[in-house]
Design a protein around this ligand. Structure first.
Ligand code: GLN
Length: 224
């Protein structure tokens, strides 16, 4: 299914001409589709290996990482996705998506795997029951403008980050909740549900910078 199209989006939109997939096995797919479409990207949902073809970037949404992991393996998507990540596909992972991007997982269910790619140890469900879900303002030095309003929903934290990765945001208590490494960005929280577009814009700009030179610049012909 595709909800692509950029009708009404100005020509300077950050996603203009970019084909972005949203992994749609489970989770908050719609919110990401809406956000990316509003930024001018051509958005497609991804449930099968062949739907990875031709993407400039992919969003791994929030949801339940253990379920997404099982579905990835059940649909034969796991290996192709790992290969796509290793090949340099730009990826934004939110919440469960961050868990999938972590090289190391704490408090996973038995047998739970990640795709990996960010040299991080991520702990699932890291906030106690009282604070399972909350919103807060985050300072994110890499983003211009006011603090980020961030929704944490049964969120993970990044417990350790290796030298290849860069921290992006910490809670006031010092816990790390966002990081990036190369073309991969992982967030503990859900910018798509608070209307915060700056992480998606940053992801789109990474995707644009990394897309094959043959596609860069000028008019887009026959996309799709
Ligand atoms: N707790 C979920 C998990 O382990 C993540 C929650 C979310 O994505 N909002 O995958």
């Amino acid at each position: 299914m595709s909800t692509g199209g950029s009708a009404g989006v100005p020509a300077y939109a950050p996603g203009q001409g970019l084909r972005i997939g949203v992994l749609a096995l489970q989770g908050d797919v719609r919110e990401h589709e809406r956000m990316l479409t509003s930024l001018g990207a051509q958005v497609t949902t991804v449930r099968r290996e062949h739907e990875l073809e031709g993407l400039d970037g992919l969003v791994l949404p929030g949801g339940e990482s253990s379920v997404i992991d099982k579905l990835l393996r059940g649909t034969g998507m796991y290996e192709p996705l790992v290969a796509a990540l290793r090949a340099g596909l730009s990826v934004l992972g939110t919440c469960a998506g961050l868990i999938l991007l972590a090289d190391r997982l704490a408090d996973g269910i038995t047998g739970q795997q990640t795709l990996g790619g960010i040299d991080a140890t991520v702990r699932r469900n890291a906030f106690g029951t009282q604070r399972e879900s909350f919103e807060t303002d985050l300072e994110v030095p890499a983003l211009e403008g006011p603090p980020v309003r961030a929704a944490f929903i049964r969120a993970p934290v990044i417990e350790a980050l290796g030298p290849a990765a860069t921290p992006l945001a910490t809670l006031p208590d010092g816990r790390l909740v966002a990081a990036e490494q190369g073309a991969l960005m992982g967030l503990s929280f859900h910018p798509e549900s608070t209307g915060e577009s700056r992480f998606h814009r940053r992801f789109l700009s990474t995707a644009r910078a990394r897309r094959a030179p043959v596609c860069s610049g000028g008019a887009e012909m026959g996309a799709d």
